[in-house]
Design a protein around this ligand. Structure first.
Ligand SMILES: NC(=O)c1ccc[n+]([C@@H]2O[C@H](COP(=O)([O-])OP(=O)(O)OC[C@H]3O[C@@H](n4cnc5c(N)ncnc54)[C@H](O)[C@@H]3O)[C@@H](O)[C@H]2O)c1
Length: 467
């Protein structure tokens, strides 16, 4: 089924795990001429796939110096730049697309190479909060070519899960609501439901049974460079109005909304307690992600003074070999292993359980999301594992939305039609379920040792954090 028609040129920048996974979906669901698609990337990886699908493939690493000269002849009014690369500045690309009249989508706000780990920048300057603000500063009054930023799985799809989950909780707790239409109405619903905390709670159990991680090797189910970069950024979280204990290593930004705070340590070294339906309780990494900031910001109620905001952050248990890889990487004081392996064909089993965990309401905790297995992912689309497909299908849905809404300027996932995105994504997400739990981060605590916990309010960040 074709979701929309597109007659412009499409440039796909970067052709790693997400680029390769997205291309077959684009060809399947967007009615366009494949000869108008060009891939630009920094290496030969994926050339065989491009050749098989009959798509032009060019190896031209994009830099600050060459991006305008390389991309300008390939993009004009009504064309589309799909940025699935690492190390190329999203802000520079959005500005260029605006000048040229082209549509734009990415799955992460990337800086130029080195931007995540520059020792000359303060933790606040190296944060996703700062990168997001630089992107939002490009907003203008009046129409501009649509630039849908951070529309992968997370960030991206999870923002739509949050809205669906809130409506489900309202239904299940007997709160009568008409589906909100504006940002203020959504935030009001969050407050009415008493949602105090939202985790992006993910447990990836994919495993390569015959090919375990080797010493001095980083193994993951998606970009290893991307994971390492964000793991080295400060841990970041949207900071809720119910929080009573500011972290001793926390920092506040001295600019913009103040919706999020950062921790003065890399996210790869911060762990939090969380819960998903199949796994139950687990420790996840609090890795910074822009949805932790954008969702917290979107659901903020401010009537002269700050009234309501949930705490929002990622709690990521990557596949077991990636956990070992992070352990080894952090143990070498954040020096990368000499080898990387992105798991695809060698995966023998597993599920990526990716959803949002909304806590503090009448029914305690509610997880809503996708439980996509490797077997189902393989049946649905080639060149994807379960993790990649959750991202790729959201890229497809975001592209469809951008083509249907071409003059919206810079937009985030929270601001677009969650219905349209979910209807496109759902056939590719495996079981999409909601599950309640009586779990709290205080469960089974203080049995053998005293702990510094807040028994008056289980939903304090201090209770989630693993010290
Ligand atoms: N939002 C999400 O859910 C989500 C999930 C996974 C990945 N991502 C993001 O998507 C992006 C791609 O992820 P991936 O897993 O495909 O990464 P990958 O590492 O598998 O591939 C990266 C691609 O970028 C290309 N590249 C690197 N430097 C380049 C340059 N200077 N010019 C042009 N191309 C260049 C590489 O050649 C490669 O093709 C990353 O920014 C990652 O953080 C987002």
């Amino acid at each position: 089924m074709k979701h929309t028609q597109f007659s412009g040129r499409l440039v796909i920048l970067g052709f790693g795990s997400i680029g390769q996974g997205s291309l077959p979906l684009i060809l399947r669901h967007i009615d366009m001429d494949p000869s108008l698609i060009t891939i630009i990337t920094a290496e030969n990886r994926g050339k065989d796939i491009a050749d098989e699908l009959g798509i032009k493939f060019t190896v031209t690493p994009i830099t600050k110096e060459n991006y305008k000269t390389v991309l300008s002849p390939m993009l004009g009014k009504g064309d589309f730049l799909l940025n699935l690369s690492v190390d190329v500045s999203s802000v520079a690309l959005v500005e260029l697309c605006r000048e040229l009249g082209a549509l734009y989508l990415d799955t992460c706000i990337e800086p130029w190479a080195g931007g995540y780990t520059s020792a000359d920048a303060t933790p606040s300057e190296r944060s996703n909060y700062a990168m997001r603000e630089t992107m939002l500063a490009l907003r203008t009054n009046g129409p501009a070519p649509t630039a849908l930023v951070t529309h992968g799985a997370n960030p991206g799809l999870v923002s739509h899960f949050v809205k669906k989950a809130m409506l489900n909780i309202a239904r299940d707790t007997g709160l009568e609501v008409t589906p909100p239409k504006t940002r203020a109405e959504w935030a009001q619903l969050g407050e009415n439901l008493s949602i105090k905390v939202i985790h992006i709670a993910e447990r990836d159990t994919q495993v390569a049974g015959n090919t375990p991680k080797q010493v001095d090797e980083f193994v993951n189910t998606w970009s290893i460079d991307g994971f390492i970069s964000e793991g080295c950024q400060p841990g970041e979280l949207g900071w809720g109005t119910h929080e009573k204990h500011f972290p001793a290593d926390g920092g506040r930004h001295d600019f913009a909304s103040g919706a999020a705070i950062y921790l003065n340590r890399p996210g790869a070294s911060v762990r939090v307690r969380s819960w998903t339906p199949t796994e139950g309780p687990f420790h996840g990494f609090l890795i910074t992600h822009s949805e932790a900031i954008s969702i917290a910001d979107y659901f903020t109620l401010n009537d002269g003074s700050l009234r309501y905001r949930p705490t929002v952050h990622y709690s990521y248990h990557p596949c077991d070999d990636a956990v070992l890889s992070v352990h080894e990487f952090v143990g070498k004081n954040y020096n990368q292993q000499s080898r990387q392996r992105l798991m695809l064909d060698e995966i023998t089993s597993g599920v990526d359980e990716l959803g949002v965990l909304l806590m503090g309401h009448k029914n305690g905790a509610y997880w809503y999301g996708s439980q996509l297995s490797i077997d189902e992912a393989r049946k649905l689309v080639p060149y994807n594992n379960a993790t990649g497909l959750q991202v790729s299908v959201s890229v497809l849905a975001g592209m469809v939305w951008a083509i249907e809404n071409p003059s919206s300027g810079v937009v985030e996932p929270d601001e677009i039609d969650y219905h349209r995105i979910l209807e496109i994504c759902e056939p590719y997400l495996g079981p999409v379920i909601g599950a309640y739990s009586d779990w709290t981060p205080l469960q089974d605590r203080e049995t053998l040792f005293p702990e510094d916990v807040d028994r008056d309010d289980p939903w304090q960040f201090k209770n989630f954090r693993v010290i």
